[in-house]
Design a protein around this ligand. Structure first.
Ligand code: SF4
Length: 370
């Protein structure tokens, strides 16, 4: 396997200087970025409008990497989970969620996760490493390649394995490449970042001055309960977290979503519902209630349907917008990190599976709006 750096890891602003450095006009760099991100070419041969000399010089210094698909499973509802095997043999998960006309990709930002939420399969082994910017960006391109002709990735949610704001430099580059018309051209309002929430890191995202969506994983309305459910992140004072969320709203004008995983006997009683309503009173936000996905070996279970309903009604009666997100992909273990663990058990970690066959670039749809 080549050890040359991949062009997918390059920031968009680096393509034109690269062309100049290799003796080409700047526009050749612009064309190169188009081939890499918009047209998703896999090798330099396919880049037919670049000079042979430029392509030969590029091939000496770079590759166009595409992370391999180790497993690809679908459930009857259309949710499709991909286990991707990185160049060093580590695995991550990427999930396609089709919903009406939307094609949403849920991407990972780390191998493993340092936050260790007690109910999550991905936190079981802690953090193994950060993904590079290219490894994050490519997940959207891989899903786009796997879609039928005429369908395109419309939304991206950074909610897969890992805590995105703990890999902020790579995340910021990925957001720019997905959003920029020179990259994948996906609108900022169609990209959502989910974080457990550290005020300084939320402020860094606020400072991007982009209308991305922000989702904060709250999971508890009181400090001690949140610290218990989120061992490596729940310590941030709730008042500071909410203050950062309000700064985000003031800058972007976008409502913050609070994610709240409902766990039977832990955080799903009417007491917690009333406390959550009091905590969020007056703040324009949305609460996404997510019945926990059971994980093999962990004792956490979903509350009964009427308990979930009462929790939601308590919030609605207090004037807080709340919905229940019904779990998808149970049959393929699409909940954060579970399919990856299953595939590692079946295939072993570290063996490289061959990539799935793909259509030639010309017949593949781009990610751009029609
Ligand atoms: S739920 Fe998210 S933040 Fe928590 S351990 Fe799992 S991947 Fe990490």
């Amino acid at each position: 396997m080549s050890t040359l750096p991949s062009l997918t890891d390059l920031p968009l602003d680096a393509f034109e200087p690269l062309a100049e450095e290799l003796g080409e006009k700047r526009f050749a760099g612009k064309n190169l970025a188009r081939w890499v991100f918009e047209r998703r070419a896999r090798d330099f041969l396919a880049m037919s409008d670049l000079s042979k000399r430029f392509r030969a010089a590029l091939a000496e210094r770079h590759v166009v990497r595409r992370t391999a698909i180790a497993a690809d499973r679908s459930d009857p509802g259309g949710t499709r989970a991909f286990v991707l095997r990185l160049a060093d043999g580590k695995t991550i998960e990427t999930v396609l969620i089709p919903e009406e006309a939307r094609r949403t990709v849920c991407v990972s930002t780390q191998v493993g996760c340092p936050v260790a939420c007690v109910f999550c399969a991905s936190g079981l082994d802690g953090l193994i490493r950060n993904l590079t910017a290219g490894e994050i960006i490519e997940q959207v391109m891989i899903v786009q390649d796997a879609l039928p002709e005429g369908e395109r990735v419309s939304n991206v949610v950074v909610m897969g394995i890992g805590e995105p704001t703990m890999n902020l430099t790579a995340l910021t580059q990925a957001l720019a490449t997905w959003n920029d018309p020179r990259g994948l051209g996906i609108g900022a309002r169609r990209i959502t970042i989910s974080t457990v929430g550290w005020p300084a890191r939320i402020d860094r995202l606020t400072a991007l001055h982009k209308e991305f969506g922000l989702a904060i994983s709250l999971h508890a309305p009181r400090q001690e309960l949140r610290e218990r459910l989120i061992p490596n992140g729940g310590q941030v004072p709730l008042a500071d977290l909410l203050a950062a969320a309000k700064r985000w709203f003031a800058q972007t004008g976008r409502r913050v979503t609070f994610e709240y995983v409902l766990i039977d006997g832990q955080n799903a009683s009417l007491r917690e519902a009333a406390e959550l309503a009091a905590l969020l009173a007056g703040f324009p936000c949305h609460v996404n209630l997510i019945p926990v996905n059971p994980v093999e070996g962990l004792p956490y279970r979903r509350p009964a349907p009427d308990v979930i309903e009462q929790f939601k009604l308590t919030l609605l009666r207090a004037g807080i917008d709340a919905t229940v997100r019904h779990p998808r992909g149970d049959g393929i273990a699409a909940a954060c990190g579970q399919l990856r663990l299953r595939v590692e058990a079946e295939q072993g970690a570290g063996e490289l599976a061959p990539p799935a066959p793909l259509a030639p670039p010309a017949s593949r749809p781009t990610t751009r709006p029609a």
